[in-house]
Design a protein around this ligand. Structure first.
Ligand SMILES: *Cc1c(COP(=O)(O)O)cnc(C)c1O
Length: 386
């Protein structure tokens, strides 16, 4: 089983199901031996490097949606804060409440998603969450229920054609908030969106839509909110759009070379056997003429099989090709060239084994994926080790 000394957790839904039932998790050693080793220092370093770049005056919100982009909300929050992040941004209110339980007390911005109702207001008041509003009706709902100050955010839709408030609706909404004693507009943000092949002018146009909309607030004499525009793509593309705050997500996990966020993804060789098939060769799951020995690992589609690896894994320091498609809970390996492979051997999907290595960069390049795509594709039963 695992020889790593670190603590293990079961991620997101699997862990949550037990917690909701009031049950404690069974010892992870009872689980299938699939482990991903996550380097918290990778995230901390990314935040430190951002801080160097943007200086002390720009606030860094670490965007940690989707269970911290698959790496775990709480450990990612701790890693980002250790690097000097000032605040967090999440989609899910339940995750924000969990972070408060874990005594994380920095500001938390909630992007739009959860319903705006009496529960949202109560949570925002008591746990100091910044709620995103999408229309004047939501402002009225919050004003109706607020018994204590509630901080609000407005997301301006600048180009994704997705969720948000159109630039020319911003002023009226800000005015409506300003009329409410308990409410304040703390943040105006955007999530600029563009393809890698889009010219810089497309980014610039979105920035302009944003800053013009904010300019109307200023002209109307309203208090100026924190202006938050740049997230990962913008930061990677152009400087000078940092304004008061930035909210990168993907960027925090994107190091695949210097200090990769995923140090290893491993399983164990569960069965090894010779191929003896003597019927219907054309319908065999692999070429019988080439493969005389197969291995099976308990890492299947439900765990991220088919995506979270390259076309081979490491066994005994050598590359064993993956054979055919994964089933729900298993994958086959071609062990024809690794005669000494044995049941119980460590199998590395990402990482080092002796002198051999399958790097995170190689896996990401092969899939056209980012590290967070890989992490989000890992199933909940893959144990996260930090
Ligand atoms: C996800 C999200 C971000 C962060 O996105 P990245 O592209 O991962 O940096 C920022 N703002 C909003 C509104 C988001 O939904």
């Amino acid at each position: 089983m695992s020889r790593l000394p670190c603590k293990s957790f079961v991620a997101g839904p699997a862990g949550a199901t037990f917690a909701v039932a009031g049950l404690s998790m069974p010892d992870p050693r009872h689980r299938r031996p699939n482990h991903v080793e996550i380097d918290l220092g990778s995230v901390t370093r990314r935040v430190v490097s951002l801080r160097h770049r943007v200086g002390r005056r720009v606030r860094i919100f670490a965007a940690l949606k989707a269970d911290g982009y698959g790496f775990g909300t709480l450990p990612m929050a701790q890693a980002a804060l250790a690097g000097g992040a000032d605040a967090l941004a999440l989609i899910d209110r339940a995750e924000a409440l969990m972070l408060r339980q874990a005594r994380i007390d920095v500001p938390i911005l909630l992007y739009a998603g959860s319903p705006i109702d009496a529960e949202a207001v109560a949570a925002a008041e008591s746990r100091r969450l910044v709620l995103t509003v999408l229309n004047e009706r939501q402002i009225d709902v919050i004003a109706l229920h607020a018994r204590a100050p509630v901080e609000l955010a407005i997301k301006v839709e600048v180009g994704a054609e997705r969720i948000g408030v159109l630039p020319d609706e911003l002023l009226a909404m800000a005015q409506r908030i300003a009329r409410q004693r308990m409410l304040s507009l703390e943040v105006v943000n955007a999530h600029p969106t563009f393809g890698d092949n889009a010219p810089d002018s497309v980014v610039q146009a979105q920035f302009q839509r944003f800053t013009e909309a904010i300019g109307h607030l200023q002209a109307a004499g309203l208090p100026l909110p924190t202006r938050l525009f740049a997230s990962s793509k913008t930061l990677a593309r152009s400087a000078g759009m940092e304004l008061d705050a930035i909210d990168p997500g993907q960027f925090l996990f994107a190091d695949t070379t210097d200090r990769p966020i995923i140090r290893s993804l491993r399983t164990v060789l569960t069965q090894v056997r010779d191929v003896t098939r003597d019927f219907a060769p054309d319908y065999a799951p692999f070429d019988l003429a080439k493969v005389r020995r197969v291995g099976v690992v308990p890492f299947g589609k439900v765990d991220g099989g088919g995506f979270c690896h390259t076309d081979a894994v490491l066994v005994r320091g050598r590359r064993a090709p993956i054979l055919g498609a994964p089933s729900l809970e298993y994958m086959r390996l071609d062990l024809s060239a690794i005669d000494d492979a044995d049941e119980g051997d460590d199998v590395v999907l990402i990482g080092r084994q002796g002198p051999a290595q399958i790097s995170l960069a190689e896996v990401c390049a092969g899939r056209g994926a980012t590290p967070s795509d890989i992490a989000m594709a890992l199933g909940p039963a893959v144990l996260r080790q930090y």
